[in-house]
Design a protein around this ligand. Structure first.
Ligand code: HEC
Length: 395
């Protein structure tokens, strides 16, 4: 087994695992937000006496469930208490391994691009890691400073910071890596919230109760603040994580603004659902979110290629010179820039090129997503040649 194959296998297994544990984490988090907002005051005097402040009846998978939330805490804590933390931790660990395998090990093709400021792969990797750590430190300081201020003020200040980071990374790194690292920065912040604040706060509360003392409510308040922030970050993070499949977003001119607009739309839509759980329907939020999304997609639609005038369509032999120069460093049986031919697309034989013709046209002409980060410096004339070849029947 060669190292290229091993990298591919590691990528597959890590991505799969990352997705599974990520679903478990975000799923549990969505469930608890919904549960909290859907609780009804109990009418049963027995429950009220026990200190239950809210309950809910649900049916799922053939069983009836009746979760109850205590106003403060039960008189005595049961020995066994389930903690929700490994979902978050394992999402972060698999995510870090995945970004290392795909982006840091292959930094020359994934982290840098000729039109971006950083040209040294090691410096690009350093920038990526510094973003994850620095993003958390700035967030944490802002949280402490603005703890007693309005959540909206915090949201605006932190939102401005995230947008500034998007602009900075878009300037320094390949667009694909910039988007992914904004997502990874937010994801790291969410997990650090769980690790440094939410779980330790809960531990302090439980310890106080086991000692027979009243827990200090500040731990609950701080945990709640962080948990609300995590909730608003989920949709933006998930977009950033899938964005690497959509080159027309991260390769657009002013890509940082595209990312910012999509994230703002995501937060507005999330806000609608948070209010809806409480029975308040403010349709202007999702309407504004959808309008921003739509306007962004219309704004970044690639312009049709000019200069594809009539004339004899180029032959396969002619376009192969383009592919040989610009593509096979990645798309061949033995690529030099990446571990293995990406997405199984090989452009080193006539048959393979003909078979991939529609995808080539889409990637090179319509989306301008390939060559990746234009590391191989394809020219507009060459794109034009590929366009005329495809429109002439790709013969
Ligand atoms: C630096 C490496 C690199 C170069 C050079 C490169 N590609 Fe790619 N290509 C990739 C990667 C990575 C992917 C996978 C992208 C993804 O999954 O989002 C890909 C995916 C593709 C796909 C598949 C898209 C799909 O439908 O799934 C096509 C087609 C493609 N490239 C064509 C080309 C052509 C044509 C060229 C040359 C003009 C080229 N590529 C140059 C790295 C490269």
């Amino acid at each position: 087994m060669d190292s290229a194959y091993l990298i591919e296998c590691a990528g597959l297994l890590l991505r799969w695992l990352h997705l599974i544990v990520g679903i478990a984490w975000i799923g549990a988090s969505f469930y608890f937000i919904w549960l909290d907002d859907s609780l009804k005051e109990p009418t049963d005097p027995g429950l009220i006496e026990k200190g239950v402040g809210g309950e809910l009846w649900a049916v799922h998978g053939g069983g009836f469930y009746n979760p109850q939330k205590y106003r403060a805490a039960p008189q005595t804590l049961p020995q066994e208490l389930h903690w929700f933390k490994w979902e978050a931790y394992s999402t972060w660990i698999t995510g870090l391994l995945l970004v290392s395998t795909l982006y840091y090990v292959q930094a020359g093709s994934y982290m840098i691009a000729p039109d971006k400021a950083l040209q040294n792969p090691a410096a690009a990797v350093g920038t990526g890691i510094a973003t994850l750590v620095g993003g958390w430190l700035v967030y944490d300081v802002l949280c402490r400073l603005l703890f007693k201020r309005s959540p909206l003020l915090f949201g605006l200040v932190y939102g401005a910071f995230v947008i500034a980071m998007a602009a900075l990374l878009d300037h320094l790194l390949a667009g694909r890596a910039a988007f992914l690292h904004i997502g990874a920065m937010l994801g790291t912040t969410m997990v650090a919230n769980v690790f440094f604040w939410i779980i330790p706060g809960q531990k302090k509360m439980v310890d106080a109760m086991r000692r027979g003392e009243r827990p200090d409510p500040i731990h609950g308040l701080r945990g709640k603040q962080r948990s609300v922030h995590n909730n608003y970050l989920t949709l933006p993070v998930l977009f950033a994580m899938i964005s690497n499949h959509y080159a027309f977003t991260y390769n657009a001119p002013h890509a940082w603004l595209v990312l910012a607009l999509i994230m703002i739309a995501a937060v507005l839509i999330r806000h609608f659902f948070n209010l809806r759980h409480k029975g308040v329907y403010v349709w202007s939020y999702p309407a504004a979110g959808a309008a921003i999304l739509l306007a962004t997609l219309v704004w970044i639609a690639p312009a049709p290629l000019a200069g594809t005038a009539a004339g004899k369509a180029p032959s396969l032999l002619q376009v192969r010179t383009v592919f040989d120069a610009r593509c096979i460093a990645c798309h061949s049986a033995h690529p030099t820039l990446v571990a293995a031919a990406p997405n199984g697309v090989r452009l080193d034989s006539d048959a393979a090129i003909r078979a991939a013709a529609p995808r080539i046209y889409q990637q090179v002409v319509q989306l301008k997503a390939m060559p990746l980060g234009n590391v191989t410096h394809i020219s507009d004339d060459e794109r034009d040649l590929v366009a005329r070849w495809y429109r002439g029947g790709a013969q």
